[in-house]
Design a protein around this ligand. Sequence first.
Ligand code: 5RP
Length: 229
Amino acid sequence: MANDNQNLEKLTAAKAAINYVKNNDVVGLGTGSTATLAIKELAKRIKDGFKITGVPSSEATKELAISLGIPLLALGKVSSIDVSIDGADEFTKEFNLIKGGGGALFREKIVASLSKKRIIITDGSKLVERLGAFKVPIEVNPNAEKYVMIKLKKLKGTPVKRIENGKAFITDNQNYIFDTDFGLIDDPEKLASELNQVDGILAHGIFVNLTDSILMAKGEEIISYHKSI
Ligand code: 5RP
């Protein structure tokens, strides 16, 4: 559960990210508590006459955006997004992330992949030296449940099927999430590529080469990391 300071930092990061959105942009809308704050800030801008079209990364974000009056395009119907704003569960200064704490990793990855400028916003608690204290969320087709368990164990992972309110957590795409402990990850790119090869995995929460800028709030200050091109 986030404390007051974390919530303030999330808001500070959300406000900073909005400055990267230009009038008439198509904006990828992330999922989670930090992305929610950015979406609310965007909605305020729209009320002041700003025009954007949002592309939601989850059903929850879609509902939120509709409730705030943000015009939307469906993710499956867009071929390019100007800028996306999303949160992360962990990040390193090498721009590698773990995402999917909210279970929206697949659509978040598609949003990031379609975006010209990918901005990650976080409070001060998400920066790590090495990824992996946060267990890697992996979205699994239920028909491959046992098969993927075996494969993940072969990759030295310890998968645990996510349970919510006493039942299996079901994603927006009708799949399971396996929160998988790989220990601290030496080579995120290698692990990401190994996971990409397992049939039955729709997506995993290791995001490599999918981030351009990270805005992390520390107190009321913003610490920015920008990838040099
Ligand atoms: C959802 C995500 C979120 O971006 C991530 O879990 C961070 O969430 P929060 O902003 O609530 O800390 O990947 O699938």
